[in-house]
Ligand binder design. Structure first.
Ligand SMILES: *[C@@H]1O[C@H](CO)[C@@H](O)[C@H](O)[C@H]1NC(C)=O
Ligand SMILES: *[C@@H]1O[C@H](CO)[C@@H](O)[C@H](O)[C@H]1NC(C)=O
Ligand SMILES: *[C@@H]1O[C@H](CO)[C@@H](O)[C@H](O)[C@H]1NC(C)=O
Length: 252
């Protein structure tokens, strides 16, 4: 004879397990805006040749690791301030370290020497884009993670420092798809004059090799593409299983 207490306990365990997904309420992962075309990682920025690679569509992407590193890839097209029919395209890469402070603000500090921006103003620059260093600390007032039942995906909502909403981001990879979380261009810092010497160029060749190896290793082990969750199906199936389990216990 099974006691009522056991039945309730088992049903409670089953129903809890339905709701508790694997620690989903975390920043960790690669997030991408609705176009789902821009992702951080080696497909956006090639640190060896210092190349920014234009995605098929504009969008933004942020990645976060468990141990406090972040990476950003953005491809944005805006109208020119001077001529509204004239677009300005900007590709930006940054990475560095992040923290969430005690009031819940998310602070992204870049590795200053690594950031790059490619700016293209076709009506201004005669087709010659400007490639430059870029470093900008980013502060978000807060962030929230939801299970978006409409899109069937995890959604990250970032709030600008003035409290306004950023465009929503959706989970694309967990663990994240990112470049190595180290300074990629240490030789390019203060001592730019040394870059011509054989010592500096050999160490940068070595670094390139290390990065390439790092990327290869990453491909083997890391980023996992997140499929869209059929939320309704998942929920009702789980509930069905839980109720069936409860019924079996009850009848046993
Ligand atoms: C957290 O960071 C935000 C943004 O920089 C700042 O306004 C706030 O005062 C910080 N809170 C604490 C407790 O440091
Ligand atoms: C970071 O950006 C500022 C402002 O654009 C610039 O003055 C500074 O030299 C940059 N730092 C590095 C290390 O590139
Ligand atoms: C790489 O570094 C090693 C020492 O750590 C050095 O012997 C070797 O010559 C370097 N290779 C290149 C291609 O610079």
């Amino acid at each position: 004879m099974v006691s009522l207490k056991t039945i309730i306990l088992n049903c409670a365990i089953l129903l809890t397990s339905v709701q508790a997904d694997d620690d989903w309420n975390t920043l960790v992962g690669t997030w991408s805006s609705k176009s789902n075309a821009v992702f951080t990682g080696p497909d956006f920025y090639d640190p060896v040749d210092e190349l920014l690679i234009e995605p098929a569509l504009p969008g933004i992407s942020y990645s976060f690791t468990e141990d406090g590193y972040w990476e950003e890839a953005t491809y944005q097209i805006t109208p020119s301030a001077k001529d509204h029919s004239c677009p300005v395209a900007a590709l930006t890469f940054q990475h560095g370290t992040y923290e969430v402070n005690s009031t819940g603000s998310l602070i992204l500090t870049p590795f200053k020497v690594d950031g790059r921006q490619l700016l293209s103003e076709p009506c201004e620059d005669d087709g010659v884009s400007t490639y430059s260093r870029y470093n900008q600390t980013e502060i978000f007032k807060k962030y929230q993670i939801y299970l978006d039942t409409y899109h069937g995906r995890y959604r990250l909502q970032l709030y600008e420092s003035d409290g306004s909403l950023m465009q929503p981001l959706y989970l694309a990879y967990r663990p994240p798809q990112m470049l190595p979380t180290v300074t990629l261009n240490p030789t390019a810092s203060d001592d730019a004059s040394a870059s011509g010497s054989s010592a500096a160029s050999s160490s940068s060749a070595n670094l390139s090799k290390k990065i390439k190896r790092g990327l290869e290793n990453r491909y083997k082990t890391n980023a996992v593409k997140r499929q869209t969750i059929d939320y309704q199906f998942w929920w009702f199936t789980s509930l069905g299983v839980a109720l069936f389990g409860c019924l079996l216990i009850f009848r046993g």
